[in-house]
Design a protein around this ligand. Structure first.
Ligand code: DX5
Ligand code: ZN
Length: 217
């Protein structure tokens, strides 16, 4: 079990993106979380390749790309070439999820699948053995700064059981409303990677906030 943290640059100050990236490089953070939103799968539009390219050029840690877009197959290859270490697609956005997962892995990139708050863990029964990562949304996707959904703890535990049963290598990532108060319980429930946006970038001392969310080393 690992205890990783992936700050979400969606909450960064884009006018100072270079400095924000340097801060994450210096900090105890493990990955950069990149939220791509298309205004169709989710109500909001975030950013695309120009920002992804800028982050890749300056980042010294892996890029964890979270695609909140319909029909993500169209962009798998382009995100792989843009430097993604993990590409996570939404269960709810893929008609042929197994094919999408294979396409990601064929690019030499780790494949993740994300579940919206209403989607049960059991939906992954027949694909979990093929996955590198499962991202449980602990808010409805689309915006940073929302309130953490408490059902997530149980959901993580159920996912952990499924992963063990199916002998999957998938790591568990949690996204939405994560902060220093719920992080320890999430790690204890079985989470391996925590995404944090506002809890990091809105903090007075973002580097200290990252260390606090990660807890004891
Ligand atoms: C929400 C995004 C999250 C978001 C998290 O749709 O997927 O990654 O940036 O932000 P916080 O931590 O502020 O909830
Ligand atoms: Zn995300």
């Amino acid at each position: 079990m690992s205890r990783l943290i992936a700050p979400s640059i969606l909450a960064a100050d884009f006018a100072r993106l270079g400095e924000e990236i340097d801060m994450i490089n210096r900090s105890d953070a493990d990955w950069f979380h990149i939220d791509v939103m298309d205004g169709v799968f989710v109500p909001n539009i975030s950013f695309g390749f120009p920002v992804m390219d800028a982050v890749y050029k300056r980042a010294t840690k892996p890029l964890d790309v979270h695609l909140m877009i319909v029909d993500p197959d169209r962009y798998v290859s382009q995100f792989a070439k843009a430097g993604a270490h993990v590409i996570t697609v939404h269960y709810e956005a893929c008609t042929h999820l197994h094919r999408t997962v294979q396409a990601i892995q064929a690019e030499g990139v780790k494949a993740g699948v994300s579940l919206n708050p209403h989607t049960p863990v059991s939906a992954l029964e027949d694909i979990i053995a093929d996955l590198d990562l499962v991202l449980i949304m602990s808010v409805n996707p689309g915006y940073g700064g929302q309130k953490f959904i408490e059902n997530t703890y149980d959901k993580v535990a159920r996912l952990k059981t499924l992963i063990t049963e199916k002998k999957s290598k998938a790591v568990i990532e949690i996204d939405g409303g994560v902060n220093a108060s719920n992080a320890a319980r999430l790690y204890e429930s079985g989470a391996d990677v925590l995404v944090a946006g506002n809890a990091v970038f809105a903090a007075e001392d973002p580097e200290a906030a990252i260390t606090a969310i990660k807890g004891e080393k």
